[in-house]
Design a protein around this ligand. Structure first.
Ligand code: BES
Ligand code: MN
Ligand code: ZN
Length: 492
């Protein structure tokens, strides 16, 4: 997709402008009304349109200029129009015209600040994402036609500057979506590690540990999950050192179960195909590293992803097996389908022990129970540190990738005590997301830590949000990027 910011009023392709509620026109809306000889004003009278987000009105192919159509898109209350409202505006406009046959979408952002133009472009870019690489027969009318987004702004140079880091962020989000969407016969642990390695071209230092390396370190919890797979397990460590040399890094850890059959505790067949996305945490961490490196973030951030495939096999872990994790604690594996926590604790150990981070955050599609609790609207967050939980909440609200905090406590912790080992990997029937978090809590000590359960947000069968056009959402990249800039780069 080509993106261009211009200060001249060049009308090409489909030209969209914002409308606010209460029939308040933007400068662009007035301009479009003029070039359509008042047709928009007449249309506004005739049709139900009150400038609400998601609403639009358009007039096609009657215009005495180069363009094919003019369109007004609602933004809602003018005074409340924030970054997210402008993203939604751009996303709605793009979604409406993506397969129209026209190649250019022009957004008229005259009279608005540079941030509005940049955010609209960002939203349009997120909305334009597709994962069609395996379709050989996509009908002509379903094939995207828009190849250029042009934004008319009062100060094009300023808008371009604001957009530049957002462009990198969009690349990170789309990378995460690509990774989640890829089927597991293509994106197995070894292939994922190679994809992580590609970030080296952006200045990320990438180090891959194979099974031999991990065995030496005693990472038997992680290894026990992958031992039934034909693919080797991997730990990919991505390091971005954009901050002060002596500043302790933030460590991000992702669950990268490239496919989760459940193992010997086999999952039911229906819907199992979604488990190609069980590496959504690892995808979010990789996408975030892509975004941070692309925009040269002034922070030290380490991304660690545990890459495994959970398969039933003669060599697979059995229910009742006991494994010793890298930090020495023993785990009775009662259910091989509660594998994510086994991967995470060794990856967390590696991050804590190697980097002494100031904060450590893990993301994982960890429990089906989080979908029962929170649906697909919020990810669940668990933390041993109120300031960290609050910072994530703020970053969530600002980025649009929201989180909701759930409790930890000794009463829940007891539920994972085992008769034969230090702990078992499942609790009882209740509080499934919390007992999973308690399990991780046993491995992080006093380092400020947060666990984000993204099982309900990493993918969605359908989303009302025009910024989420496909099953894979890329959830976590915008949240973490915002968290880093807000907390660890000394800027808002
Ligand atoms: N990957 C799943 C969790 C999941 C379920 C993610 C549905 C997305 C959608 C995880 O490994 C799992 O199987 N968890 C079990 C835990 C249980 C055995 C304690 C679950 O949620 O059922
Ligand atoms: Mn599982
Ligand atoms: Zn899983």
């Amino acid at each position: 997709m080509k993106i261009e910011f211009i200060s001249k009023e060049i009308y090409q392709g489909i030209v969209a402008a914002p409308m606010f509620s209460g029939q308040r026109h933007s400068k662009g809306a007035d301009a479009l009304d003029k070039i359509s000889a008042g047709a928009l004003t007449r249309a506004l009278k005739a049709f139900r349109f009150d400038g609400k987000p998601g609403q639009s009105i358009d007039i096609k192919a009657l215009l005495g200029f180069d363009g094919a159509a003019v369109m007004l898109v609602g933004v809602g209350d003018r005074d409340a129009a924030d970054d997210l409202a402008w993203e939604e505006f751009g996303a709605c406009a793009l979604k409406k015209v993506q397969t129209s046959g026209v190649d250019t979408l022009t957004l008229h952002m005259g009279g608005l600040d540079a941030g509005a133009g940049a955010r609209a472009a960002f939203g349009a870019l997120l909305a334009a994402y597709r994962f069609d690489k395996y379709r050989t027969t996509l009908g002509a009318n379903k094939t995207p036609s828009i190849t250029m987004i042009r934004i008319i702004c009062d100060d094009a140079a300023a808008a371009k500057k604001v957009f530049s880091p957002l462009h990198e962020l969009a690349h990170g989000v789309c990378l995460a979506r690509d990774l989640v969407s890829e089927p597991a016969n293509v994106l197995h642990p070894e292939a994922f590690a190679r994809r992580a390695q590609e970030l080296e071209t952006l200045g990320v230092d990438v180090h891959i540990l194979d099974e031999k390396d991990m065995r030496k370190l005693g990472m038997n919890a992680l290894l026990s999950v992958g031992q039934g797979s034909n693919y080797g397990s991997r730990l990919a460590v991505m390091s971005w050192q954009g901050g002060k040399k002596d500043a302790d890094p933030v460590v991000l850890v992702g669950k990268g179960v490239c496919f989760d059959t459940g193992g010997i505790s086999l999952k039911p067949g229906a819907g199992m195909w979604d488990m190609k996305g069980d590496m959504g945490g690892a995808a979010a961490v990789t996408g975030t590293m892509r975004a941070l490196a692309g925009r040269k973030a002034r922070a030290n951030v380490i991304g660690i992803i545990g890459l495994v495939e959970n398969m039933p096999d003669a060599a697979a872990t059995r229910p009742g097996d006991i494994v010793t994790s890298a930090d020495g604690q023993t785990i009775e594996v009662q259910n091989t389908d509660a594998e994510g926590r086994l991967v995470l604790v060794d990856a967390l150990w590696y991050g804590l022990h190697t980097y002494k981070p100031c904060r450590i955050i893990n993301l994982a599609t960890l429990t089906g129970a989080i979908i029962i609790a929170l649906g697909h609207e919020n990810a669940g967050v668990f933390s041993n540190d109120d300031a960290l939980a609050k910072a994530l909440d703020q970053a969530g609200k600002a980025s649009g990738e929201t989180v909701w905090r759930l409790p930890l406590g000794s009463g829940y912790d007891k539920l994972i005590d085992s008769k034969y080992a230090d702990m078992k990997n499942i609790g009882g029937r209740g509080a499934g997301s919390i007992t999973a978090a308690q399990f991780l809590r046993r491995f992080v000590g006093e380092t400020p830590w947060a666990h984000i359960d993204i099982a309900g947000t990493a993918w969605k069968d359908s989303s009302d949000d025009p910024r989420e056009p496909t099953w894979a959402t890329g959830y976590g990249v915008r949240l973490l990027d915002r968290f880093i800039s807000q907390e660890h780069e000394g800027q808002a």
